[in-house]
Design a protein around this ligand. Structure first.
Ligand SMILES: Cc1cc2nc3c(=O)[nH]c(=O)nc-3n(C[C@H](O)[C@H](O)[C@H](O)COP(=O)(O)OP(=O)(O)OC[C@H]3O[C@@H](n4cnc5c(N)ncnc54)[C@H](O)[C@@H]3O)c2cc1C
Length: 458
């Protein structure tokens, strides 16, 4: 290590937020021998009993598993997952079409958000380098003095703590980020854009025999052009459903108040869901309608004193299933940079923003685009045709062509590169359909199809 830097093992690290990213980062730092405190606003979720054992689930894919592998947890985590090999697309007539995600049987994984967070906190708790503090809300970060002001959410007591280095992993509405906003001369820029759509979580219970009422190994989508419902399987046989719908307008959440309005809406657009969700009205009325925002900001760090990561740095809409995966990949890259520049926190943080920001911007944009794909295009014959051609080329010429979804979900190709290559692929797929005609779909299984397609990609 360069002599001009203090030994990082002699410093004290404060992580604001003990959610998915904060808890993982704590374990990563602790494994390097760094003394770390996690300062979390909520109670210790390991002690919370979820209503009916229910939990929101997330899709965990390659990037997230790669980061969990770094702390030796990937195999344990996989045991908590249900692999989803494709989209099961439900039309209004009740027909279901399966669209595989990968070209070689790859799957994304449904996992309980709480279950994963509990596991990461338990792992953090095992380390003598980590102290977990709950009910501690960050009220202010004084970056020059390196002091954090905390409010105990139970007693209201205000305390101050001093750390050498801070990590802001306190989510989309980050208090740590506020300290960057308030710092002059940093030229901090911040952009927050809300979708017109909000979301509400609903629930399909397990079958009477404890099994799953829908295909277990798929992510279910009910695309309805300007809105959609999705469902991800849980280990207990249930599904967590999410309705994504406009907040205002003719068909929107603001029009769904009375039980009769809710039932009529489901009867018209999701008739097959009514029998699957006996407690539909209970959940619809009880669960909040939440909003969806993309947050971009720059720079993420201040001198050698603090950086943001996870949703605090880059909150994205959930339609590519990548928010957590991207935050976990942040931890992976942070770990590599720490090893590359031991003790040189300014360089680590600057390189971190320089590497991650173009990639988090790219996945933010791809996630918005994927909303249109999920709620509308997956039912569009032209999209289905291009998707089939995309996969056929990927299978026939793997060294030359990887579909964008595969790059994002099943490889560590930087998001920005996946976006650029995927956009180029889109243009080629348009050309193929235009020149070969729509009947190319019927010829994809022919022996000579490779020759037909190769000329477009060489
Ligand atoms: C509906 C929906 C579906 C999603 N689906 C997926 C998916 O399928 N796959 C995927 O990869 N991602 C998904 N995401 C995104 C994913 O949830 C986030 O990217 C991920 O939770 C980010 O983790 P984080 O630790 O950065 O932030 P958070 O999970 O928000 O954790 C932040 C933590 O900081 C704490 N905190 C907040 N403020 C303070 C404070 N002032 N002081 C102290 N502590 C504080 C919070 O209590 C929390 O514990 C989805 C998101 C939504 C909304």
């Amino acid at each position: 290590m360069n002599n001009e830097f203090q030994d990082p093992k002699n410093l004290h690290y404060g992580i604001v937020g003990g959610g998915l990213v904060g808890a993982l980062l704590a374990v990563v730092l602790a494994k390097k021998g760094y003394k770390t405190d996690v300062l979390e606003r909520r109670e210790d979720i390991r002690k919370t009993i979820l209503e009916g054992g229910r939990s929101i689930n997330l899709a965990l894919s390659y990037r997230g598993l790669k980061a969990l592998g770094m702390i030796g947890l990937a195999d344990e985590v996989k045991k908590m997952c249900i692999p989803m090999y494709g989209r099961a697309v439900h039309d209004t007539g009740g027909e279901v079409r399966i669209m595989p995600y990968g070209i070689n049987g790859e799957a994304i994984n449904s996992i309980s958000r709480d279950g994963l967070n509990r596991m990461l906190l338990a792992e953090a708790d095992k380390s003598e380098n980590i102290n977990l503090y709950f009910h501690q809300r960050c009220e202010n970060l004084d970056l020059n003095k390196k002091d954090i002001t905390l409010k105990d959410e139970l007693s209201g007591e205000i305390t101050k703590k001093h750390y050498d280095i801070f990590f802001g992993a306190d989510g989309a509405f980050s208090a740590a980020r506020m300290s960057l906003m308030k710092t002059d001369k940093l030229n901090f820029t911040y952009n927050q854009s809300y979708l017109n759509h909000g979301y509400k979580e609903l629930h399909i219970p397990p079958a009477e025999n404890g099994g799953w009422l829908l295909e277990k190994n798929a992510l279910h989508i009910w695309p309805r052009k300007s809105f959609m419902m999705i469902a991800l399987p849980n280990m207990d046989g249930s599904f967590t459903c999410t309705l994504f719908l406009s907040l205002k307008g003719e068909v929107s959440f603001e029009k769904l108040h009375s039980d009769a309005e809710i039932l009529s809406f489901f009867g018209q657009y999701f008739p097959d869901m009514i029998s699957l969700m006996p407690d539909l009205l209970y959940h619809f009325n009880k669960n909040p309608t939440s909003s969806l925002a993309t947050i971009k900001c720059h720079p993420w760090s201040f001198e050698d004193k603090m950086t943001l990561l996870g949703d605090a740095a880059h909150a994205i809409v959930p339609f590519y299933g990548q928010g957590m995966n991207c935050g976990f990949e942040d931890c992976y890259e942070m770990s590599n940079l720490i090893d590359m520049y031991p003790g040189d926190w300014r360089t680590i943080f600057e390189e971190f923003t320089a590497h991650r920001k173009p990639n988090s911007d790219a996945i933010a944009d791809m996630a918005i685009r994927n909303f249109v794909e999920m709620r509308d295009l997956v039912a569009d014959p032209e999209f289905i045709l291009k998707n089939a051609i995309d996969k056929t080329i990927g299978k026939l010429f793997p060294e030359k062509w990887t579909p964008m979804y595969t790059m994002v979900s099943f490889t560590e190709t930087p998001y920005a590169e996946a976006k650029m290559v995927g956009e180029a692929h889109d243009k080629i797929l348009d050309t193929i359909v235009r020149k070969e005609g729509h009947d190319i779909g019927d010829r994809l299984a022919n022996a000579d199809i490779g020759k037909v397609l190769e000329k477009y990609i060489s």
